[in-house]
Design a protein around this ligand. Structure first.
Ligand SMILES: CCCCCCCCCCC/C=C/C(=O)SCCNC(=O)CCNC(=O)[C@H](O)C(C)(C)COP(=O)(O)OP(=O)(O)OC[C@H]1O[C@@H](n2cnc3c(N)ncnc32)[C@H](O)[C@@H]1OP(=O)(O)O
Ligand SMILES: NC(=O)C1=CN([C@@H]2O[C@H](COP(=O)(O)OP(=O)(O)OC[C@H]3O[C@@H](n4cnc5c(N)ncnc54)[C@H](OP(=O)(O)O)[C@@H]3O)[C@@H](O)[C@H]2O)C=CC1
Length: 308
């Protein structure tokens, strides 16, 4: 188990990576105050990184930042966490996010294009404004952030980028706008992986299944149990955890992934490979899941299980 390097109470966190791995590194995480992005931010901070979280809503940013700072302070570790309001659909705000980060911290090592989302709708009912909102958020926003990070810093200094895709491999009924945008993200990731390899910039993506629960993600669909409904079609018979996405992101950012670029890692319990209509998945038990809490409990000496 990895714990904080400070003298405080050990954090109930079990990053599979060594503490200090990202000391002296600077990262931007869009959507870093909620859900998956918050998990990525916590793991990066835990590993020593300076993190700038960026999204549209000031209250979400300040609430998320407070929660994260309190979490780290609990172990006596100071969070090198900063907040910038930015709508990834707005070119001027994206330019300013990158320049502010580089001016303030002198560098930009990692960019995690996590911020994004969509709404459920049959494609026939999507209005142009809604289509544009989703494509601009997920595809154009990713492009703008990648371009500015590259032109303003990474082109001359190297870096690593992780983009966010989803389980759209067989199309995405009722999320046609986002499916198309994320397919674009996967393709853009390949293109940039090739174009920017010469600058020592690696560009990869993760594609979570429709199954990573967070309160904000569930609220977006107005139904806390929407992710549970996915279990029946997931070979691993369970939803995924934020930490299962975060650890893949941290791996892709790490030196251990130095020869990987243009790749998209699926984090979906096998969901995207389950296709044949004549075969029903057996009604099996859920597989073991990984979260910091479950790992902490597993590693804790017998009888000293966490009560968190
Ligand atoms: C049929 C059953 C199928 C079940 C499938 C289950 C699937 C479960 C989940 C699958 C996995 C995916 C998970 C996730 O991605 S979780 C992340 C969730 N979080 C988010 O999505 C947050 C971010 N999303 C948003 O902010 C918005 O959705 C949006 C991307 C649209 C951006 O919003 P913005 O504030 O910029 O835009 P507006 O609100 O002004 O809207 C602009 C226009 O968009 C149309 N719109 C918006 N919301 C809706 C809606 N709920 N229904 C229909 N249309 C919508 C609309 O045209 C807006 O303009 P107008 O209001 O002027 O018409
Ligand atoms: N949960 C899941 O199962 C899956 C999630 N994903 C994707 O993973 C990412 C994180 O989702 P998740 O944590 O689950 O859900 P959340 O709703 O918690 O996260 C979405 C985040 O994106 C930010 N965001 C949305 N639009 C913009 C914008 N225009 N500019 C800047 N930031 C924006 C939001 O912040 P704010 O409102 O402050 O702008 C919020 O922090 C999203 O891209 C999502 O679509 C993909 C596959 C599955």
């Amino acid at each position: 188990m990895s714990t904080s390097k400070s003298m405080g109470t050990p954090l109930h966190v079990s990053s599979v990576f060594r503490p200090g791995l990202f000391d002296d590194r600077v990262a931007i995480v869009t959507g870093g105050a909620t859900g998956i992005g918050k998990g990525i931010t916590k793991e990066l901070l835990f590993l020593g990184c300076t993190v700038v979280i960026a999204s549209r809503k000031a209250d979400r940013l300040s609430d998320g930042a407070k929660e994260i700072r309190d979490w780290l302070a609990n172990a006596g570790q100071k969070a090198t966490l900063h907040v910038v309001q930015c709508n990834v659909r707005k070119e001027d705000e994206v330019k300013s996010l990158i320049s502010t980060t580089v001016d303030r911290f002198g560098k930009l090592d990692f960019l995690i294009n996590n911020g994004g989302g969509q709404f459920l709708s049959s494609t026939a009912d999507i209005r142009l404004k809604g289509w544009n909102a989703v494509v601009e958020t997920n595809l154009t926003g990713t492009f703008l952030l990648c371009r500015e990070a590259y032109n303003q810093w990474m082109k001359d200094h190297g870096g690593a980028i992780v983009n966010m895709a989803m389980d759209m491999w067989k199309g995405y009924p009722y999320m046609g706008h986002s499916g198309a945008a994320r397919a674009g993200v996967v393709n853009l990731t390949k293109t940039l992986g090739v174009e920017w390899a010469q600058s020592n910039v690696r560009v990869n993506a993760v594609a979570p299944g429709s199954s990573i629960f967070s309160p904000t993600a569930a609220a977006n669909y107005g139904n806390a149990s929407i992710f549970d409904g996915a279990k029946v079609n997931i070979p691993m018979k369970r939803t995924g955890t934020v930490e299962e996405v975060s650890s893949a992101v941290c791996f892709l950012l790490s030196p251990g992934a130095a020869f990987i670029t243009g790749e998209t890692i699926r984090i979906d319990g096998g969901q995207s490979f389950y296709i044949t209509p004549n075969f029903r998945l057996p009604d099996s038990k859920p597989t073991d899941m990984y979260s910091w809490q479950s790992q902490f409990d597993k590693d804790a000496p017998h009888g000293s299980k966490s009560k968190l």
